[in-house]
Design a protein around this ligand. Structure first.
Ligand code: F6R
Length: 610
């Protein structure tokens, strides 16, 4: 998730406006920044790695001439957060500059094709193919307009994008376009803007136009024209007056970042399906060769590791050991050796306990693999191979979208390894791959269909003093995660166990009305045994709340309340949609108690002390 911005002003330089607008978009990404303006028929660029204020201190972003320009604040996906990878990116002639938010899936093929045609690339980004593609179109057809060239280039791209393009040859214009990444236009008397979201231009104007997927907009003077990318036909759309405050705009109208981030999960899951195959392959190769594999993390990331241990075992027949990072050195410090592999999972890449486990393992010559949301973080730097999970910044303290992304990537790794090892049939692989592709829509459906029900559930149980979360198999991890969310956001004590363990002690807590939440997908052998556990609880008067598949009539009958998830999800993937109602439940329980879910007491987003 990056932020893009473009602006044409009638009478003054755009750079200070771009700078201040990028500041408002900084929550979308902040590892590097850049601005390009058009002045006297030339494109001028200032860009560097670092946060906007740092880059401004060195380069004075306001001191650039020109009344047309574009800017970018970056959250690295392809290529480390270095100056060379910062946007804008230009073609070989330096006459076309592009800023981009999204992921170009087929950039390797395009880059190879363009390099063979003589184009010189300087960055490691996927974005750089775009200016070169536009240049190539213009080379082949010198009478084509910038708009035609952008339209032609976009037809070659697979993936997601919101882009803004300027050209020295048509210096009064910005051409912008969108597919699966947000883009809005802002209209003012003496200016026109395009941006990743309204936040960027809201202090200047509240007159906005949403650009839809598959559309391109040409801005010139203070006019705009929207066209369909598929056939270039003009689309008529009137502006709307937006009555959001700037604070509401940063949260895109959501009352809290946590809710916004829960709702972003279809998009962030889509991003995980666009990972570069060779990183997954490389990591799968390391895992395949490993003698012993430890999955090391804290908190929510640990729950992703716990789920992953089931995925690796079931799909790839690989035994892995999920370990709390804070316990790792005590538990395994002496036995780790050159044959050990540590897959460390950390959203921030800076969690002190996780890094301590990694450092101790490195000292004993173990192989370090990393999964993190922050490229450039310590974890990404110390890992032999790392995968960036591409979830964009997570601002709510409670991890939500980054958890489901971690699960999705770990499941993909398990698939890869399974393929490599020939452990499951082609049919099973195909079915899993198909379901994996459907997960973004499934999660979208869960949010759309169940949010109100979950809200009502939170209202009903708002005074409960304690909850039980029970799951079996891979959904033991979901149970743990549901409990953690509820405790940290709504301050409600909760207990989670693998359901089979409940009768070895915890069941003694049960008395009439005690709420027990069961995570109960239908696929796999755990369904039957979980029903047995439900009956045990019911017999003792517990209130049964179950998260079930749509047509699970048997469990519906046993439940006092239930939340439904679309059916047909393979068990190994089920934590991804099944955790979403639990995230929403914690969120609405916090609201019921008058708490701010974005800022739970005593917690920090990144825990950098041991
Ligand atoms: C819970 C939560 C924390 C983190 C934990 C690890 O919602 O956010 O439990 O999961 O502090 O953080 P990372 O993943 O950054 O290492």
């Amino acid at each position: 998730m990056c932020g893009i911005f473009g602006c044409i002003l009638k009478n003054s330089n755009v750079a200070p406006i771009i700078h201040s607008s990028l500041k408002r978009l900084e929550y979308r990404g902040y590892d590097s920044v850049g601005i390009a303006t058009l002045h006297n028929g030339t494109i001028h660029i200032k860009k560097d790695q670092g946060k906007i204020d740092e880059v401004h201190r060195i380069h004075n972003l306001d001191e650039m001439e020109g009344n047309v320009g574009v800017g970018h604040t970056r959250w690295a996906t392809h290529g480390a957060p270095l100056k060379v990878n910062a946007h804008p990116h230009v073609d070989c002639t330096g006459q076309i500059a592009v800023v981009h938010n999204g992921i170009i899936e087929n950039y390797s093929e395009l880059k190879e094709e363009l390099e063979n045609a003589g184009h010189i690339f300087v960055s490691r980004t996927d974005t750089e193919v775009i200016p070169h593609l536009i240049e190539e179109v213009l080379k082949e057809n010198s009478s084509a307009s910038l708009t035609d060239a952008v339209l032609a280039a976009l037809k070659r791209l697979c993936g997601s994008y919101a882009i803004a393009v300027i050209s020295a040859k048509e210096p009064e214009k910005i051409v912008c376009a969108r597919n699966e990444s947000p883009l809005v236009l802002g209209l003012a008397d003496n200016a026109i803007y395009c941006a990743s979201d309204l936040t960027a231009f809201l202090p200047m104007t509240n007159k906005a136009i949403i650009v839809n997927d598959g559309e391109l907009a040409v801005l010139s003077g203070s006019n705009y024209e929207i066209k369909r990318i598929s056939d270039g036909i003009t689309v008529v759309r009137q502006p709307k007056i937006i009555d959001w405050t700037p604070e509401m705009a940063v949260k895109q109208g959501y009352p809290h970042f946590m809710l916004k981030e829960i709702h972003e999960q279809p998009e962030t899951l889509r991003n995980t399906l666009r990972l570069q195959e060779h990183y997954l392959d490389l990591m799968a190769t390391f895992l395949d060769r490993a003698n012993e594999v430890f999955l090391v993390a804290c908190g929510t990331s640990y729950h992703a590791c716990l789920a992953a241990s089931y995925m690796f075992s079931k799909l790839a027949f690989l035994a892995t050991y999920p370990v709390y990072a804070s316990e790792f050195v005590e538990q395994h410090g002496k036995s780790v050796n050159i044959d050990s592999t540590i897959l460390a999972v950390s959203q921030s890449g800076e969690t002190a306990d996780t890094l301590a486990a990694v450092t101790a393992s490195q000292q004993r010559a173990a192989t370090i693999l990393g999964l993190t949301n922050v490229i450039g973080s310590t974890l990404s730097r110390v890992s032999r191979v790392y995968i960036g999970q591409q979830s964009g910044p997570e601002i709510g303290v409670a991890a939500t979208k980054t958890f489901t992304s971690q699960l999705s990537i770990l499941a993909q790794l398990a698939f890869r390894l399974s393929k490599k090892r020939g452990k499951i049939s082609q049919d099973e692989m195909d079915c899993l791959a198909e379901k994996m592709e459907q997960l973004p829509q499934i999660v979208e459906a869960v949010i759309l269909m169940q949010e109100e029900k979950v809200k009502a559930l939170a209202h009903k149980y708002k005074d409960a003093k304690i909850f039980f979360f029970l799951g079996r198999g891979v959904n033991t991890a979901t149970a743990y995660e549901g409990r953690l969310k509820l405790m940290e956001i709504a301050y409600v004590p909760a207990i989670a166990f693998p359901a089979g363990e409940s009768k070895h002690g915890p069941i003694s807590l049960i008395e009439p009305g005690f709420p027990v939440i069961f995570i109960c997908p239908k696929d796999g052998v755990t369904h039957k045994t979980l029903i047995g556990n439900m009956m045990e609880m019911k017999a003792r008067g517990a209130s049964i709340i179950s998260i079930i598949e749509e047509d699970d009539e048997e469990v519906k009958k046993l439940s006092d309340d239930y939340i439904e998830v679309p059916k047909g999800i393979p068990e190994v993937l089920s934590p991804i949609p099944f955790v979403v109602p639990l995230q929403l439940f914690a969120y609405y329980m916090a609201l019921e108690k008058g708490l701010n879910p974005d800022m739970p007491r005593n917690l920090a987003k990144s825990v950098t002390v041991k």
